[in-house]
Design a protein around this ligand. Structure first.
Ligand code: NDP
Ligand code: A1CAB
Length: 273
């Protein structure tokens, strides 16, 4: 069987994408190879997804025909680039696989220099991809063509929504939607803690907090209502909500989120240096 999909780095995000691509039958397990250094993780991926697993990244480049997904930490990027350097020249044919990198910060110029002349697409997905509710931004490198573009679109459409942006926006995407699930998770946790502080049993507080965030997101998504309008609809004159909002403003809630996205964007820029 031809190997169509090679994954370098079977960690949190690599697995999130892999699990969904297999579940949606974009790739069959027999068409997939994963490289992963950790023995325990190795065995888990093999058993859970029935895919081939290796510790040799060169094998991924040697065997993969369609897409190599790079999903390691940005900090190990240069080590991997060195490891596979000798493979790259052999791989330059008209059937070169597409390299998709989801590394925070690492620019197309660095990827194209390391994987000389391979077609490269830089992407920034997020963890809700695991349940098909991801948000991915992509931008294409100089050696890509329409077919590569179509492959990347198909992969990320299978795990949620896809948007194309110019590369200079990728760090901001990382600071917002890439890191955003953590901010939202923090908010769900804090809302539930507030409920517990107000006397609710923990399980009920957790349920209320989660469903409130989910329901609000769904309402905004389906109605296309502006968030400010929804806020106004909830806020009765002299009522409970405005009392809560006044407290959020005192705690600089909105400013904290704005600064969080900016700080994460700056960190993404630093990771690419
Ligand atoms: N987590 C997220 O929400 C998102 C992450 N990203 C990006 O995805 C990338 C991966 O992040 P994440 O999945 O969170 O990180 P993880 O640490 O969970 O995954 C990285 C995986 O790569 C493995 N690895 C380390 N060195 C090598 C190597 N030399 N060859 C092959 N595999 C190796 C790691 O093994 P070991 O643990 O043994 O080191 C680990 O399993 C990052 O670049 C990040 O910026 C992008 C969007 C969202
Ligand atoms: O925290 C990080 O660096 C990665 C990139 C986006 C989400 N997680």
């Amino acid at each position: 069987m031809t190997i169509k999909f090679g994954l370098i780095g079977g960690g949190v995000m690599g697995e999130a994408l892999l699990s969904r691509l297999i579940a949606r039958e974009i790739y069959q397990p027999s068409e997939v190879i994963v490289s992963e250094p950790q023995p325990a993780r190795h065995n888990f991926l093999k058993q859970q997804y029935n895919v081939a697993v290796t510790t040799d990244n060169r094998l991924i480049l040697e065997q993969t025909q369609e897409v190599v997904l790079l999903a390691v930490k940005p900090q190990v990027f240069s080590a991997i680039a060195q490891e596979v350097a000798e493979m790259i020249d052999l791989k330059i044919t008209e059937h070169s696989p597409l390299l998709i990198s989801i590394l925070a910060g690492v620019p197309l110029s660095q990827l194209e220099a390391a994987f000389a002349r391979l077609p490269v697409i830089r992407a920034m997905p997020n963890t809700p991809a695991t349940v098909g509710a991801g948000m991915t931004a992509i931008c294409s490198g100089a050696y890509t063509n329409a077919k590569h573009h179509q492959i990347a679109q198909q992969i990320f459409a299978a795990v949620g929504e896809v948007v194309e942006v110019s590369e200079y926006l990728m760090d901001a995407v990382t600071g917002l939607s890439g890191s955003g699930p953590a901010y939202v998770a923090l908010m769900v946790e804090a809302l539930a803690d507030g409920g517990v502080a107000a006397g609710l049993p923990r399980a009920i507080a957790n349920q209320l907090a989660l469903q409130t965030v989910l329901g609000t997101a769904t309402l905004l998504h389906e109605s296309k209502m502006h968030p400010a309008e929804l806020k106004d609809r909830v806020t009765s004159p002299g009522g409970t909500t405005i009392a809560g909002i006044a407290q959020l403003e005192k705690g600089a809630f909105r400013s904290a989120l704005i600064e969080a996205v900016k700080a994460a964007t700056e960190r993404s820029q630093e990771l690419g240096k």
